[in-house]
Design a protein around this ligand. Structure first.
Ligand code: GLY
Length: 405
């Protein structure tokens, strides 16, 4: 009885293997996808840069209902467009990209004195950090060190964390810390190395350790906001602000955690942070609600999945983080992360997410979600989606299995 079954099965298996191989053979090589995506991102971003050139305070933020939305440097996203221009310049060192990168970076400088936000890493390290990396312009060093001191002023040693927001959500929070805050530690790690002042590093390590202890659930998903009791230094509230529910896994929050612990490992070599990043990646990549193209819904527990909105920004952040993390893990995990990143890049570079030239308010990617419960920036382009997408493309362009050199 076995023989006829096997004889029948063999051609079917061959046909399936051949069909899969042909499908892949028709796929454009990933290296070409990356190169073309970077080239069209540069053209789109040059249009954006020209649009705001004469408004010396403006930085692109989003595009909604057919209207451009910009901000001044105070908005937490002010560093992303300058940073994006630096990545584009790194890939294609054209004088106009350099001139715009410098011009838009200068617009963010005054934030170095801002002690009212934890977002100084986003604002200054994406802009001035990339400027310093690519031009060795020593003036950037002073801006970044001043910014690092401003950020450190928000650290309370008896709690062991940097305070994220000044407000208390109508008295509900004593000392709010959000998972996003992990992204601002890279500036402090840099400042410790650059200045020789270990206190910057101590603050970053303490913040990362306390966040690891109190933000994460047993499955390695993360809460958005943990508020600490200022007397006991212990959490008194675990809530969401931009996610679906206090107990849910808001997609961008998970992405910030993955990226943040990957950086913390790179900067310290502490394997606890590597393990944390690997566990967060496992949570994300094995989640039953993670779509096959790995661009997540805006919240993994959003009640209407599969009818819920995707968040391209979370997809781009996860993609960039996975490419970096692939360099720190064993071959099997590394190959898995790069397969996922390739899928994400192909999806984001497709017309499903990449806008037509000159459309989408001159942003590169469509379909991100800023703050859905607040009814703000829902299914729109967002400057940080573009930043982390171009960072991921840049990283991919150096990875041989992603077509890089
Ligand atoms: N840091 C704010 C956000 O991720 O929306």
């Amino acid at each position: 009885m076995k023989q006829p079954h096997s004889l029948f099965a063999l051609p079917v298996v061959c046909l399936l293997v051949l069909t899969a191989a042909c499908g892949r053979a028709h796929e454009k090589p990933i290296g070409e996808v990356v190169d073309q995506a970077l080239a069209s991102a540069a053209e789109q971003s040059l249009r954006m840069a020209a649009k705001y050139e004469s408004d010396s305070l403006a930085l692109p933020r989003s595009y909604a209902d057919g209207q451009d939305v910009s901000s001044d440097s105070r908005w937490w996203c002010s560093g992303f467009f300058p940073g994006l221009l630096w990545y584009l310049y790194e890939n294609d060192p054209r004088p106009e990209l350099l001139a715009y990168a410098r011009q838009y970076t200068a617009r963010v400088e005054r934030e170095k004195y801002n002690t009212h936000t934890h977002d100084l890493g986003f604002m200054l390290y994406c802009s001035f950090g990339n400027a310093l990396r690519l031009t060795a312009d020593t003036a950037c060093r002073e801006v970044l060190l001043t910014g690092a001191r401003s950020l450190s002023s928000r650290y309370n040693p008896s709690i062991g964390l940097i305070r994220s927001w000044d407000h208390t959500n109508g008295g509900q929070w004593q000392y709010p810390v959000i998972i996003d805050n992990m992204m601002n530690l890279e500036l402090l790690f840099w400042a410790a190395r650059e200045s020789g002042d270990a206190s910057f590093r101590d603050i970053a390590v303490s913040h990362a350790d306390h966040t690891m202890e109190h933000h994460f659930r047993p499955d390695f998903s993360t809460v958005h906001v943990v508020s600490y009791d200022t007397v006991t230094a212990m959490p008194h509230a675990r809530q969401t602000h931009q996610g679906f529910a206090d107990g849910s896994a808001w997609a961008r929050g998970q992405a910030w955690g993955l990226y943040g612990y990957t950086v913390a490992y790179r900067e310290t070599g502490d394997r606890r942070y590597l393990e944390q990043a690997v566990q967060i990646a496992r949570f994300l990549l094995s989640h039953p609600n993670m779509p096959g193209d790995y661009i997540p819904y805006w919240d993994f527990n959003a009640p209407g999945i599969p009818g819920e909105l995707r968040d391209a920004s979370a997809g781009a952040i996860i993609c960039s983080a996975l490419i970096e993390l692939s360099g720190y893990v064993d071959d099997v995990l590394s190959a898995q992360y790069l397969r996922v990143a390739e899928k994400q890049l192909r999806t984001l570079a497709s017309p499903q997410y990449t806008a037509e030239p000159g459309a989408n308010g001159d942003f590169i990617l469509m379909h991100s979600v800023g703050h859905l419960p607040g009814g703000s920036e829902v299914d729109v382009p967002l400057t940080y989606a573009d930043y982390y997408y171009v960072e991921a493309l840049t990283r991919a362009s150096r990875i041989p299995s992603l077509g890089g050199k």
